[in-house]
Structures are given as structure tokens and as C-alpha cells.
Design a protein around this ligand. Structure first.
Ligand SMILES: *[C@@H]1O[C@H](CO)[C@@H](O)[C@H](O)[C@H]1NC(C)=O
Ligand SMILES: *[C@@H]1O[C@H](CO)[C@@H](O)[C@H](O)[C@H]1NC(C)=O
Ligand SMILES: [Cu+2]
Length: 233
């Protein structure tokens, strides 16, 4: 009986979205939050993170390469603000940086698997040392807003947001990557030449100090998020 109850408790824990985890489930365009997973590829791991940066899941989360055909696309003017709201937990509950990438689809965003050295970074929120100790400005945030660079060329893109939780990152593979990919059609764009570009997987090294780090001890005095520099277009 006791073991039966333990088993029930264990399976309930497996079925429930883990507490303190989170997910980017709504795209915000022109200040309007759209319903969950209309323009964002649905994942199959609820609010769990990806930990293996060498897996294809690092691209668009678990299930995110299979849900392109059921995801809509939204027009976004270059130079305008877009955002993601945080669901399943409601806030960014773990410490770490946030990075946002675009990848231009060769044909449609819906059919694009994001393979190849196609990802360029357009935004990031790193660490803040202005108080004299390490702080993470994304702590507790319910939404993230940033600009699509003004000279981004027109066309269909995957827009990928990733928050990287570093509380367990002192061992290899301990970083937790919370990822969503949205479909956007950039309009009123320019003739910029975005870059540098990385492949995912491939562009992240699990041994890089951005991913393999003890954020608690010894005191951290500098931090650079993973991936290339930001293209501000
Ligand atoms: C977005 O986050 C800011 C703080 O970063 C907060 O003031 C604002 O209420 C949030 N907006 C929504 C719609 O959740
Ligand atoms: C993308 O925007 C262009 C205008 O720049 C428009 O002609 C085209 O129909 C849009 N495509 C989609 C899929 O919305
Ligand atoms: Cu968590």
C-alpha cells in the first residue's frame, strides 16, 4: 500500500508541469498578446527545458520541429517591437541569460527546420554587476520585449527565444534551455546583411564558460551569454 501511494505520487509528479519551470507560449505583436501557440510552434514537453545543446531539440524545443505546419505566421514590420509572454509558471523562475535569434526560411517558415548556419542573434539580456554582485535582470519577468532590427530583409523567419537557467550549470549538461520558435513575416524591411550566424545544434559548446559555470561560488565577476554577438541591423 505504501509503495502504491509512493508510485501514485511519483506518477502525479511526472504528469504535472514542474514548478518553477516556465514556457514562452504567447507572441505579442503591436502590443497585442495572441493566444497560446497560434504563432509559436507547440512543444511536447510542457514547460520542461532542453539540456543537451547537441540535440536537435535545442533548435525549437522538444516537438518544435514537427509543429511547423500547424503554426500560423504573423506580419511584423521591421523596426517594430515584438515580445513573448511567459506561461506555465508565469514568470522566469530561474537565474540566467536570455537570447533571441532569427533564421530566414528558404521558402516558408512552416516548412523550415532551422538547419544550417542560419541563426543570427538580435537581442540578449545578460548579467548585471552594477550592484557589486551578480544579478540576473530576467528574474521574475512575465514578458520579454525587443525590436526586430530595422534593416532586416523582408521574408519569413523563425524567431527563437531562449532563456538559459544556470542554477545547476556547474556540471556539464546542467544548463536548462527554455525555448520557443515563432513564425514571423518581416515587412517594410531593409537590405541589411545579418550575422554572424550559427547552426543549432553546433553553435553552442557544453563546456563553454557561458554554459558550464557555478553562478554561486566562487563569486562571478563577468559573464558573456552563449552564441554570436548581437546584430542590431
Ligand atoms: C511585462 O513586464 C513588465 C515588467 O518587466 C510589467 O511591468 C508588465 O506589467 C508586464 N506586462 C504584461 C502584459 O504582463
Ligand atoms: C509577407 O509580407 C509580404 C509583404 O512584405 C506579403 O506580400 C506576403 O503575402 C506576406 N506573406 C505571408 C505569408 O503573410
Ligand atoms: Cu525549473
Amino acid at each position: 500500500m505504501k509503495s502504491f501511494i509512493a508510485l501514485l505520487a511519483a506518477s502525479a509528479a511526472l504528469l504535472q508541469p514542474a514548478l518553477a519551470h516556465y514556457q514562452f507560449n504567447q507572441l505579442v505583436v503591436n502590443g497585442v498578446a495572441n493566444a497560446d501557440f497560434v504563432y509559436i510552434r507547440k512543444n511536447t514537453n510542457i514547460n520542461s527545458p532542453v539540456s543537451d545543446v547537441n540535440s536537435n531539440d535545442i533548435r525549437c524545443n522538444v516537438g518544435g520541429l514537427a509543429s511547423g505546419s500547424t503554426t500560423s505566421i504573423v506580419n511584423v514590420a521591421a523596426g517594430s517591437q515584438v515580445g513573448f509572454n511567459v506561461g506555465y509558471g508565469g514568470t522566469i523562475g530561474h537565474p540566467g541569460p536570455l537570447v533571441v535569434y532569427l533564421a530566414k526560411a528558404p521558402s516558408t517558415a512552416a516548412s523550415f527546420d532551422g538547419s544550417g548556419a542560419v541563426w543570427f542573434k538580435i537581442y540578449q539580456i545578460g548579467a548585471d554587476f552594477s550592484s557589486g554582485s551578480l544579478k540576473w535582470p530576467t528574474d521574475g519577468k512575465t514578458n520579454i520585449t525587443f525590436k526586430i532590427p530595422s534593416s532586416t530583409p523582408n521574408g519569413q523567419y523563425l524567431l527563437r527565444i531562449e532563456h538559459i537557467a544556470l542554477h545547476g550549470a556547474s556540471t556539464v549538461g546542467g544548463s536548462q534551455h527554455y525555448i520557443s520558435c515563432a513564425h514571423i513575416n518581416v515587412t517594410n524591411g531593409g537590405s541589411g546583411n545579418p550575422g554572424p550566424k550559427i547552426a543549432l545544434p553546433g553553435g553552442y559548446n557544453p563546456n563553454d564558460p557561458s554554459l558550464l559555470i557555478n553562478i554561486y561560488w566562487p563569486p562571478v565577476t563577468s559573464y558573456t551569454p552563449p552564441g554570436p554577438s548581437v546584430w542590431s541591423g
